[in-house]
Design a protein around this ligand. Sequence first.
Ligand code: NAP
Length: 354
Amino acid sequence: MSTVSERKIHPLGTHRVLEPAGAMPQSAWKIDNTPVARANEILCDVETLNVDSASFKQIADACDRDPARIAEHILGIVGERGKQHNPVTGSGGMFIGSVAEVGEALRGNVALQPGDRIASLVSLSLTPLHVEEITRVDVATGRVWIRGKAILFESGIWAKLPADIDENVALAVLDVAGAPAQVKRLCKPGQTVVVIGAAGKSGMLSCAEARRQVGSEGHVIGVVPHPESESAQLILSDHLVDTLVRADARDALELSEKVAGVVPALADVTINCVNVPATEMASILCTKDDGIVYFFSMSTSFTAAALGAEGVGRDVTMIIGNGYAKDHAETALQTLRDHPHLHDYFNAKYATKH
Ligand code: NAP
């Protein structure tokens, strides 16, 4: 097998794919994580990984939420695949760190210098990652502190960390930046929007953006399993939602009946932000004919969504949660800046503790 140093470099990073032949870095089982920048790559010193919520929950459950076992598990995945690409959920996450080296072909062509602090905006599921040591795992937030290096491809996207937001808060927000950016695009004044998993990271930001878009004539419903939680109470008291509905989104009938009890015409737009499988039908059933379902959740099954909608004869437009949308990083960070109580909550939960 040819090594990465022998293969022709490609902007999309295909020169790093080890197996199977012909795969892209994301779909590859294994990529080369040699921590050396090729001419069109950016080498970064990585400090923190924000493991995607669906992935972290699966790993934490498999390891009885024991930080040491979780660290071992992650080292195992990265050792086997050259990237933090959870083989069960298929999802990744993102990192923050500093630029160590800009490859010679990119120097002067990208607005990055060694030492710049950045967050990756491409998934860890395609990012070559070399972990020397895992120093800490925070089971409550899915963050993992490491000593290691990562490679960003020429096509990769990144954001310089903002000066006015704590780095770990920015990491948490940027991980889910696609959600509020898509909500901004999809929701219109006066509409009814249902956000499932409304009290999680992406859910809270989605409620805030939905509230802004639908205005006072619209209706935002937040579906949460634990309405008594601090984050659920915050979205209610801050008027990011008009109504909180307590439901388990795996119970499609219960959820859709509760939503119909609040808005009989059902939702124009439903945003799915949960981190567990089997919630496709609930999302479809609480959305009106000709409505839109946006599946941001990485636990979404294409088959369950497609066959489920067909099975109940519901003509809804279903959108896969593309993590990227134009200006998504700035939209998500601005959503936080515009909502001081939300910002305080994120600070309390995610900010760097000195
Ligand atoms: P999060 O902060 O962990 O929030 C998940 C929320 O789902 C929690 O509030 C949780 O409520 C709720 N939930 C769990 N089980 C539920 C159920 N049965 N019924 C109703 N709600 C339930 O996660 P996140 O970081 O916002 O991520 C949300 C999803 O987006 C995950 O699947 C993640 O993998 C995915 N994601 C997608 C992209 C993308 O590019 N598309 C990027 C990043 C993340 P409780 O905490 O009260 O149990």
